[in-house]
Design a protein around this ligand. Structure first.
Ligand code: UD1
Ligand code: MG
Length: 447
């Protein structure tokens, strides 16, 4: 390969309207595993270590422009076709040499291996143009790749322009292509719009290359990787594919998923070894799970770090800013937000702990609520080491429970509690002897 990484320029086409998504959000900004579709494409593009990435977008797509920064943007004022889109990108590309790899913003499934193999094989072919194809189970809608006797791509024919015989071809273009920057610059200028759709098609390039006595290389990849999304239904299919990959990676790295199809990962979930995940668990963005953790069924976890050997759930909710230190335990119907739970501490049932720091070996009883919000501001609760909070306690922040403190069950605690003290804040129990018996007898007489 004459091209080193520094000669690789990647162009991502993303100016299409995506009308069929019926959305105010640009098509490529719809998330898959919590990351916009185009984010997946950029991630894979970056893994090839290119010299630069240029995204072609329409002037109105501010969401795409904001997301893509600091990568380069090439604006395509009117969506006149994929050939015109590449022309816009090449105009903004300063470099005059090297290889240009073209990807689509709505094609998030290509792997690094597929793309780098394609680039390597293209370089070996010494051609100036290369197309990545696939054998489509159902070719309808794709551009068909026509080969000549030398196995060079002589043409790519769009569905609308294909003859009955061409429609039978199952070798289809994925939308991924590459070419020599200098040749592409010349050749995109020669693309016309004389086709049924009246668009400037990228698929016109093999014919233009042939006119310039240049053969066109092609390679094939698994059809699965070429899937894109034009509709919400297709978006859901892509989500499933990405989830399957993430589940596979988690298992390969040593996690056990009891029912993989019901575990939903975020693109960035980090999972250690010997982690056990029960069915129906959802991971939002920015979660790290340490070795030997056990996540029980029906838990929802986002923005949380779980150190080694923590146990969570069933039915737990961990919100952003949660940190569970080694061996901490969260039980059923417990919600934590912006809270650190110290080593070996337990919050086992029906509790909300927000904006708090809990030390080591503390126990927060069932039904405890930290009242962290006064309608205007959030306040902090600090709970020391070895603290015991009795069930059904209300902790009104800002508040500190010092090391070794006890809170009697059912208390409403609004003042700090000293080290090793017992705080009791509830009405004292009184008893009326025989009251219940006489009450029952009175009621019986009346009926
Ligand atoms: C394209 C190919 C087809 C191939 C298929 C694979 C052409 C003419 N056809 O068809 O051979 O089998 O991909 O999916 O290329 N875009 C722009 N500006 C435009 C038009 C499109 O940036 O003016 C972008 C879109 O945002 C999209 C990509 O280019 O990311 C592909 O465009 P699309 O209209 O979806 O082409 P297909 O009909 O899929
Ligand atoms: Mg498409």
């Amino acid at each position: 390969m004459t091209n080193t990484h520094k000669d690789l320029h990647i162009v991502i086409l993303a100016a299409g309207k995506g009308t069929r998504m019926k959305s105010e959000i640009s098509k490529v900004m719809h998330p898959l595993a919590g990351l916009p579709m185009i984010g997946h494409v950029i991630k894979t593009a970056n893994s090839l270590k290119p010299h630069c990435i240029t995204v072609v977008t329409a002037p109105a797509q501010d969401d795409v422009k904001d997301f893509v920064a600091p990568h380069k943007i090439a604006l395509q004022d009117k969506q006149l076709g994929t050939g015109h889109a590449l022309k816009c990108a090449l105009e903004s590309l300063k470099s005059k040499t090297g290889t240009c790899l073209v990807l689509y913003g709505d094609g998030p499934l290509y792997t690094k291996t597929t793309l780098s193999t394609f680039l390597k094989n293209y370089a070996k072919s010494k051609n100036k143009l290369g197309f990545l194809g696939m054998i489509a189970a159902n070719p309808t809608g794709y551009g068909r790749m026509i080969l000549d006797n030398n196995q060079s791509v002589s043409a790519i024919v769009e569905e609308k322009d294909a003859s009955a015989a061409q429609k039978k071809i199952d070798l289809c273009w994925t939308g991924v292509m590459c070419g020599d920057v200098a040749s592409l610059r010349k050749w995109v200028g020669a693309i016309d719009n004389k086709n049924k759709a009246g668009e400037y098609y990228l698929t016109a390039l093999p014919v233009i290359a042939a006119k310039n006595k240049s053969a066109t290389f092609y390679d094939v990849c698994p059809e699965d990787e070429s899937l894109g999304a034009n509709t919400r239904g297709e978006l859901a299919r892509l989500e499933q594919k990405i989830q399957e990959r993430l589940r596979g990676t988690a298992m390969e790295n040593g996690a056990t998923l009891l029912d993989p199809a019901t575990t939903y990962f975020s693109h960035d979930t980090k999972i250690g070894k010997d982690v056990l995940i029960e069915p129906n668990v959802f991971f939002g963005p920015d979660v790290t799970i340490g070795d030997h953790c056990h996540i029980k069924a029906f838990s929802h976890i986002e923005g949380a770090t779980l150190k080694k050997a923590t146990v969570v759930g069933p039915f737990a909710r961990l919100r952003p800013g949660t940190m569970l230190e080694e061996g901490a335990k969260i039980g059923n119907f417990v919600e934590l937000k912006n809270t650190t739970l110290g080593q070996g501490s337990k919050v086992n049932h029906l509790t909300y702990v927000g904006d708090s720091k809990v030390g080591k070996g503390s126990n927060i009883g069932a039904g405890t609520i930290t009242c962290n919000y006064d309608g205007f501001d959030k306040h902090k609760t600090t709970i020391g080491d070895g603290v015991f909070v009795g069930s059904n306690s209300t902790l009104i922040a800002p508040l500190t429970l010092k090391d070794g403190a006890y809170v009697a069950a059912g208390s409403v605690i609004a003042k700090d509690v000293s080290k090793d003290a017992l705080a009791m804040a509830r009405t004292r129990q009184s008893e009326k002897a025989g009251w219940a018996k006489s009450y029952r007898e009175k009621k019986k007489k009346k009926s």
